[in-house]
Ligand binder design. Structure first.
Ligand code: BMP
Length: 252
C-alpha cells in the first residue's frame, strides 16, 4: 500500500515559516513546482535566463559565486527586480558547511552579501544544530542526501541530518533523493527528461519518478533548462511535467 501525500493546500495550512508559506502559495498560484537552477557564469546570462523562465518557476536557484563579472548593483539589483516582476523567490545554493561563526560571516559579508537578497539558502548540517542559528532572516534548506554517485550521505547520515532539519526553526526543507517527513518540504535536484547522467557523477531521474517515489514537493532543474535551445519552452515543459506528476501523486 502506497501512502498518499499531502497536497500543497494541506501543507500550506500547516506551514509555520513565512518562506514555506510563500513557496506553497506561489506553487498553487502558478501551478508550478519548478525551481530553475541558473548555473550560468555571467550576469547577462543570469538575467536573461531569469527573465525568460521567471513566469514559470516558483524560485530561481543561484550559485552566485560562479558569476565571473559579479557586481552587487549590476547583478543583484536587476535580479531582485526580475524576481518581483515575475513573482519568484531567490534560492542561493551556497551549501554552507562550517562552524556557525564562519557561516554567519559567509552569509553576511564578502562581495555577495547573501543575507541582503536571498529568500532562502541551502546549508549542509555537518556543522551541527547551532551552525544553522545564523540564518535567522531566511529559510534554510538542509542538505540531507545528494544526487551524485558515491555520495557519503548514507542512511545513517541522512537520519542524523533529518533530526537537525526537523528540530531547527530556521529549516523549511531538505534536499534529498529519498522521502522526508511531511513536516518539511522536499526539494529534489538531479531531474532531467533527456539524460540519466552527465559523465561527472550526476544521476538523473524524471519528474514522474521523483513525485511518485519520493513525494517530492519541488523539482530543481539546471541543464535541462538553461542548456536547452529554447530555455523558456524547456521551462514550460518541466513545469507541465512536474505539475502533472504532482497531481498524479495525489491520487494513490
Ligand atoms: P543539473 O540539473 O544541471 O544537473 O543541475 C543540478 C543543480 O542542483 C546544480 O546546481 C547542483 O549544484 C544542484 N544539486 C545537485 O545536483 N544535487 C544535489 O544533491 C544537491 C544540489 O544542490
Amino acid at each position: 500500500e502506497e501512502k498518499t501525500r499531502s497536497s500543497y493546500e494541506q501543507k500550506l495550512k500547516n506551514a509555520q515559516h513565512s518562506v514555506s508559506k510563500k513557496l506553497l502559495e506561489l506553487a498553487l498560484a502558478k501551478q508550478s513546482n519548478l525551481i530553475a537552477s541558473a548555473d550560468v557564469t555571467t550576469t547577462k546570462e543570469l538575467l536573461e535566463l531569469a527573465d525568460k523562465v521567471g513566469p514559470h518557476i516558483i524560485a530561481l536557484k543561484t550559485h552566485i559565486d560562479i558569476i565571473s563579472d559579479f557586481e552587487y548593483e549590476k547583478t543583484i539589483t536587476p535580479l531582485k527586480d526580475l524576481a518581483a516582476k515575475h513573482q519568484f523567490l531567490l534560492m542561493e545554493d551556497r551549501k554552507f558547511a562550517d562552524i556557525g561563526n564562519t557561516q554567519e560571516l559567509q552569509f553576511t559579508s564578502g562581495v555577495f552579501k547573501i543575507t541582503d537578497w536571498a529568500d532562502f539558502v541551502t546549508s549542509q548540517v555537518i556543522g551541527g544544530f547551532e551552525s544553522l542559528d545564523c540564518f535567522k532572516n531566511v529559510g534554510v534548506v538542509a542538505i540531507i542526501g545528494m544526487s551524485s554517485k558515491g555520495t557519503l550521505t548514507t542512511n545513517e547520515y541522512r537520519e542524523e541530518a533529518l533530526k537537525i532539519a526537523l528540530s531547527h526553526p530556521n529549516v523549511i526543507g531538505g534536499v534529498s533523493q529519498n522521502p522526508v517527513p511531511e513536516e518539511i518540504l522536499l526539494f529534489t535536484p538531479g531531474v532531467n527528461l533527456a539524460d540519466s547522467g552527465d559523465g561527472k557523477g550526476q544521476q538523473y531521474n524524471t519528474p514522474e519518478y521523483v513525485f511518485k517515489n519520493l513525494h517530492t514537493d519541488f523539482i530543481i532543474v539546471g541543464r535541462g533548462i538553461y542548456k536547452a535551445d529554447q530555455a523558456e519552452e524547456a521551462a514550460i515543459a518541466y513545469k507541465n511535467e512536474g505539475w502533472k506528476a504532482y497531481l498524479d501523486s495525489l491520487e494513490k
